[in-house]
Design a protein around this ligand. Structure first.
Ligand SMILES: Nc1ncnc2c1ncn2[C@@H]1O[C@H](COP(=O)(O)OP(=O)(O)OP(=O)(O)O)[C@@H](O)[C@H]1O
Ligand SMILES: [Mg+2]
Length: 435
């Protein structure tokens, strides 16, 4: 049985096709690239950060097309960089419907590409039916607060979207469990493995009793020794770095004539690009910024901030912080280019800035790891760090420090291990159904 494994990530989507007999192939989702950026852009919508089905909005674009539309004309619609982040949060029915349609568009695109893949064409049965079975990854917790409601709401939005595009058999697998299956594939001896998946939106851990013999068995409930997850990931690091290193260039630290610091809530709203009320407030804050400039007296820095507000450029600020963060994984000093704010504007950022800016997020990531260690009845002897943020040497050093010398810390394919693991599970699921 053909099935499609989809890692619908906060930052990137990846998909693998499984033939039901053990073969898994990746599906290129954008040109030759395996990753589709998880970004949506609603053209014709007011750029107020609020998404509803009621407004007179145009089509919902996704992936690079969404980013291009925003870069070309940031005022022509609403950009949402990590739709998955919203699924478990408190959103009304209209916003839920909006996200479901956006996810349907993405799933339909992936399904169409998978059905055109030579493996699908060669296995297609005479009925001409498309792929009906899908395995979707999900984080252990979509969001920290109101955990259970948020999780069931998110799973239900994703299931409804999958049904709407024609999947009839829809299964979910915890993302760290998928990464654990991919890692287990490489093992030659029995091990207790801690998986740490640090993605764009969540950090998820599992401790799995693993071995070449267990690999391939469908029911692994008895081997799962711990599972933990929280809503902390790469986007939190981007926002904190933007706050720490970029917002001072936009007047974050200006003072009033009284000597008091200016209120910083508008700067905070600007960087909270995954917070609908914050984005709504920011979209309405032009007048307040103008008044603040008057109050402070001339402020070149706050004029820049006004420019960002007027032109809906806050997502580009976050992208600059993200690029700097990624570059800091291989360089100790980088320069964030802010030409889109003002020609020649740039900020030097180093690894100390990363550490200082991200103390809180780092602590949250480590708390997820510690929770898994505490839950497990056995100490892991291997640790597999994956997910895009797992590339950060700073974060890896903190994890290695926490683990101590009790286990070896390994890395693999940081961006596709969850997708591949979902593909492994898809084949196991097919085999189980046929048995
Ligand atoms: N070399 C790097 N150094 C640091 N961070 C990186 C690097 N490469 C990618 N990232 C970050 O990794 C994150 C994306 O990782 P990944 O694709 O695993 O997330 P995701 O699967 O989409 O999200 P999630 O699993 O949370 O839903 C982004 O925040 C990105 O900036
Ligand atoms: Mg992920």
């Amino acid at each position: 049985m053909l099935s499609l494994a989809i890692d619908f990530g906060t930052s990137n989507c990846a998909a693998f096709l499984a033939d039901g007999k053990g073969t898994i192939v990746p599906i290129p989702l954008e040109g030759e690239g395996l990753l589709l950026p998880s970004v949506i852009f609603s053209e014709g919508n007011e750029h107020d950060g609020v998404v509803t089905q009621q407004k007179n909005q145009g089509p919902i674009l996704f992936g690079k097309a969404a980013l291009q539309a925003y870069y070309q004309d940031p005022l022509s619609g609403t950009l949402i960089r990590s739709p998955k982040s919203f699924l478990g949060s408190t959103i009304d029915d209209r916003a839920q419907a909006y996200f479901q349609v956006a996810i349907e568009n993405i799933l339909r695109h992936i399904k169409t590409l998978a059905e055109a893949h030579p493996m699908s064409l060669s296995l297609k049965d005479s009925s001409g039916k498309g792929i009906e079975s899908v395995i979707l990854g999900r984080p252990v917790n979509f969001q920290g607060a109101a955990v259970h409601d948020g999780n069931s709401q998110a799973v239900s939005i994703m299931s409804n979207a999958a049904k709407a595009v024609g999947f009839t058999d829809i299964q979910f697998l915890m993302e760290p469990m998928a990464a654990a299956l991919e890692f287990e594939r490489t093992l030659t001896a029995e091990s207790t493995v801690l998986i740490v998946d640090i993605g764009g939106g969540t950090t998820d851990c599992v401790v799995l009793q693993s071995s070449p013999e267990r690999y391939g068995q469908f029911d692994r409930a008895g081997d799962v020794l711990a599972q933990s997850g929280d809503r902390v990931g790469g986007t939190d690091f981007d926002q904190s770095l933007a706050w720490h290193s970029l917002m001072p260039l936009l007047g974050r630290d200006e003072v009033l004539p009284t000597g008091m610091p200016i209120p910083n809530s508008m700067h905070m709203d600007a960087i909270c690009t995954r917070d609908v009320p914050a984005q709504y407030r920011f979209s309405r804050s032009q007048r307040k910024i103008e008044l603040l400039i008057k109050e402070v007296g001339d402020s070149e820095l706050l004029e820049r901030f006004l420019w960002v507000q007027e032109n809906n450029l806050q997502h580009r600020l976050i992208s600059s912080a993200e690029n700097a963060k990624i570059e800091l994984s291989s360089a100790s000093d980088v320069v964030a280019n802010l030409d889109f704010v003002e020609e020649g504007l740039a900020q030097a950022i180093n690894r100390d800035d990363f550490e200082v800016a991200n103390t809180y997020s780092t602590r949250k990531v480590l708390a997820v790891v510690q929770e898994a260690l505490d839950q497990a009845s056995k100490k892991p002897n291997l640790v597999f760090v994956t997910g895009g943020m797992g590339n950060s040497p700073m974060l890896r050093a903190h994890i290695a420090n926490l683990i101590g010398d009790q286990a070896q810390v390994k890395a693999g394919d940081m961006l596709c291990s969850v997708g591949r693991g979902l593909g492994i599970y898809a084949n196991q699921y097919s085999a189980m159904r046929l048995a």
